[in-house]
Design a protein around this ligand. Structure first.
Ligand SMILES: Nc1ncnc2c1ncn2[C@@H]1O[C@H](COP(=O)(O)OP(=O)(O)OP(=O)(O)O)[C@@H](O)[C@H]1O
Ligand SMILES: [Mg+2]
Length: 366
């Protein structure tokens, strides 16, 4: 293997930080090809120059190393300027960009939006591509076509192969050209070996308390006062906070002290909230204490979907989660709509209990 990503990967193997994995090796080779490919499929059409991939799409089950590989590519590919962003965050930002462009001028805002994005980054890395609604599906389809056409290299990860993106979605036929585009212009690599490395690193640190009740509350309350060096006698005086979550909206944080927040499941996940709220929490706090997590039945699919978004946001920013729940992560949402997506959440909750995760600092991307 040669190429900057392969060299970095080989070093990690040699240092014993990674274990050899053939699927990962294939992904590394694909990622290195991005450094040698040309200026986009539009220019290729015109010049007949040799074709390389415009992007790499890594997919596979949880804990297989997709994000690790993407980070490696992001760090080592000699393409600049570059940007790595969580997919939820990119979509929120794209909606805001389109709104701004629509206000400023008439006509289709996608093209100027793509131009802006292309001028900001020649390498774009998106973690966890997922498409959940027809509006996003249409925007993505057209945006990717422009970006790839102009030679912006895209690396993306997903738990699903391209064909299963937006599976069973409304107006899916309009989305099919996008899947064709991905399969034509990007190298699609299955990073789907037998090992869930995240499970491997597990260690049972007590951050997840079952069931809800006085014992769990006492343990979490002790943890809160330890984390904040706050005298327990003054517990009634712990301040609340109104957290700005964008768009002029705020979120009430019942207890907020030294980067630690306490929330109840009911308030945080029982009401119509979304990625913007959860990302604001993930940026603001290094530790979140969440109490009253119930075991969720199929009738709580909205709560379960919000919970998935919350955990994605916390995990992405390496926020520590301490919780009181009526079940272990694998028993939280045993069946119902979105159960597939919930698998990732279970895997993450398990990693978030590991000593390694707890030892990491509060991460902040971009
Ligand atoms: N070959 C390997 N040997 C040892 N550890 C590994 C290996 N590959 C990945 N890991 C570790 O396993 C953990 C999970 O990897 P990663 O976060 O990249 O998984 P993922 O495929 O992105 O999962 P998800 O779909 O849930 O996001 C990380 O801590 C990562 O460093
Ligand atoms: Mg990942």
């Amino acid at each position: 293997m040669s190429g900057p990503v392969a060299r970095a990967y080989a070093e990690l193997l040699a240092a014993g930080e990674l274990r050899p994995d053939p699927a990962q090796k294939a992904a590394v080779t694909a990622l290195d090809r991005l450094a040698t490919s040309g200026g986009g499929f539009l220019s290729r059409l015109l010049s007949n120059s040799p074709s390389g991939p415009e992007g790499v799409y890594l997919w596979g089950g949880v804990g297989r190393g997709k994000s690790m590989l993407m980070d490696l590519a992001f760090e080592h590919l000699p393409i600049a300027p570059k940007r790595r962003v969580h997919f939820h965050e990119f979509m929120l930002e794209t909606h805001a960009r389109l709104r701004r462009l629509r206000e400023r001028e008439e006509g289709d805002p996608i093209e100027p939006a793509a131009e802006e994005i292309a001028s900001e980054a020649r390498l774009l890395c998106f973690d966890e591509m997922q498409v959940n609604n027809p509006a996003d599906a249409m925007i993505l389809s057209r945006l990717f076509a422009r970006l790839l056409g102009e030679g912006v290299k895209i690396v993306t990860t997903s738990n699903r192969p391209p064909r299963d993106l937006y599976k069973d979605g409304l107006n899916r036929e309009l989305f099919l050209p996008f899947i064709d585009l991905i399969e034509r212009e990007m190298l699609v690599v299955a990073v789907d070996g037998p090992t869930d490395y995240r499970l491997d690193r597990l260690e049972g640190v007590e951050v997840w308390h079952v069931p809800n009740g006085p014992e769990a509350t006492a343990a979490l309350s002790r943890a809160f006062f330890q984390l904040t060096d706050y005298p327990v006698e003054d517990r009634a005086k712990v301040p609340a906070e109104e957290l700005a979550v964008g768009g002029g909206r705020t979120l009430h944080v019942p207890k907020s002290l030294k980067g630690v927040a306490v929330f109840s499941f009911k308030k945080l996940l029982g009401e119509a909230r979304g990625a913007a709220d959860y990302l604001a929490i993930a940026r603001r706090f290094h530790t979140v204490i969440l109490v009253g997590i119930p075991a969720m039945g199929p009738d709580m699919r909205n709560e379960a979907a919000r919970f998935v978004t919350l955990i994605d946001a916390l995990y992405e920013h390496k926020v520590k989660l301490l919780a009181a729940a009526d079940a272990e992560p694998e028993g939280l949402y045993p069946g119902g709509d979105g159960r597939f997506e919930f698998q990732r959440t279970i895997s993450r909750l398990q990693e978030m209990r590991s000593a390694e995760y707890l030892a990491e600092g509060h991460g902040f991307q971009n």
